[in-house]
Design a protein around this ligand. Structure first.
Ligand code: NAP
Length: 385
């Protein structure tokens, strides 16, 4: 029996993880949950899974939860400290890191420092603090198993391969809802249209990042730190069917690939059971029904955030932190209907252009750059929109 804690329990990945835990309840026990503000759902999850420790984002919500759970033996905490406490809770074996954005970094790092296995969905942490997380994992012996389907695929392709045999790693992207949209129509795209992802049902931030292709840019940087390969060995391909999640070209010309149906429960189950496998009881991949697997180069003019992400990947140091923070602010503004779809790029580009790269060697450095970038991005939003 393995004990698991889920950070971001009420979100898309969190809910899928709980479905997996329920299905395999003889193998996994849920001992910790952390979420934001969806207290009604969190309360239902507590009643069903009976965790020992739960964190909510704010004290007010934690008080409400305490009232709702007064007859249950559960410790309720709150805030970033609370999520960190859930992450390092001594009874946990595995922590699923699925809070969206940089808010997930401290709790993820707490799990890593405590030597837990981390099933990592929160890509923003790896983008902003990849070298730091990997250093801490080496010190504590924490195992990081990627949940993002592309990285999970690469991880599986590389299980029996040594890094020096890799020629190239290719991440696939569905192309998002605007893959077929002409450039001149992109500026009029609405929030509702951006949220209509053709293949995956995910949280709003990652869905909008998929529409701009920033999601793939963040994933390139995530892959850099997860697999220790340099920028020039990382590439992307548009693959509208989302069946092939990633490809790894080896130096002898062999290309390994991971194919699966588009269901996040598959990589989640893998990350929880690795190195074993469980009977997933999900429909098999039916390739004769899929018929055609297409691959295209990404259109750099239509999706310029991809170019900016590559720039950040190559520059390293503070630049990926700036890329991530300015994108988080711009996506939030788009969700609040303060800016238009293409303004997301304009803001991130301007913030990166005016940033002077500096070294980031500690968590404090990273949060300094993150705070400063958020302030600059908010100022730009106020002046311009
Ligand atoms: N969804 C996917 O298929 C997918 C695939 C690959 C990678 N990812 C990555 O996984 C992460 C989560 O994605 P998602 O789609 O599951 O997002 P989501 O549906 O928006 O869920 C986000 C979760 O984070 C919680 N949260 C937000 N702020 C918090 C805070 N301050 N403290 C504690 N919890 C907080 C939310 O709680 P409340 O809802 O209660 O406020 C929710 O449980 C993202 O980094 C995303 O890029 C997702």
């Amino acid at each position: 029996m393995k004990n698991i804690a889920i950070l971001g329990a009420t979100g898309s990945i969190g809910r899928s993880t709980l479905q997996v835990a329920e299905r395999f309840n003889r193998r996994f026990r849920v001992v910790g949950l952390a979420a934001g503000r969806n207290i009604r759902l969190l309360h239902k999850q507590i009643e069903k899974f009976k965790p020992k420790i739960v964190s909510a984002e704010k004290e007010k919500e934690a008080d409400e939860l305490k009232r709702l759970c007064k007859d249950l033996a559960v410790k309720i905490v709150f805030g970033e400290r609370g999520a960190e406490e859930v992450a390092r809770f001594e009874e946990n074996d595995i922590v699923v890191s699925a809070i969206t954005g940089i808010k997930g970094l401290r709790p993820t790092l707490a799990a890593v420092k405590a030597g837990k296995r981390v099933a990592l969905a929160n890509k923003e942490s790896m983008v902003a603090a990849g070298p730091l997380i990997q250093d801490e994992a080496r010190n504590s012996g924490s195992e990081i198993i990627p949940v993002d389907s592309e990285h999970n695929g690469i991880f599986q392709c590389l299980m029996r391969e040594s890094r020096e045999n890799i020629r190239k790693i290719i991440l696939t992207a569905s192309g998002g809802p605007f893959f077929h949209t002409p450039l001149e129509e992109m500026k009029n795209k609405t929030l509702e249209e951006a949220l209509e992802h053709p293949r995956w049902k995910m949280g709003e931030k990652v869905t909008i990042d998929s529409a701009t292709l920033m999601n793939k840019g963040l994933e390139l940087i995530e892959a850099r730190w997860l697999f220790g390969v340099p920028a020039q060995q990382l590439d992307i391909l548009i693959h509208p069917q989302s069946i092939v999640h990633s490809l790894v070209e080896m130096k002898d010309g062999s290309v390994l690939a991971l194919l699966s149906p588009t269901d996040m429960k598959i990589p989640i189950l893998f990350a929880l059971t690795y190195p074993e496998r469980e009977e997933a009881l999900l429909p098999s991949l039916n390739l004769s029904q899929v018929g055609v697997l297409e691959f295209y180069k990404a259109d750099a003019e239509k999706f310029p955030l991809l170019g900016l992400a590559r720039h950040a990947l190559e520059e390293g140091q503070s630049v990926p932190v700036v890329l991530n923070a300015s994108n988080e602010v711009a996506v939030e503004a788009f969700r609040d209907r303060k800016i238009r779809f293409l303004d997301i790029y304009t803001i991130v580009a301007e913030i990166i252009e005016n940033h002077r790269k500096r070294e980031v060697t500690s968590l404090e450095d990273i949060f300094d750059v993150d705070r400063e970038t958020r302030q600059r991005s908010m100022n730009l939003l106020k002046q311009r929109y």
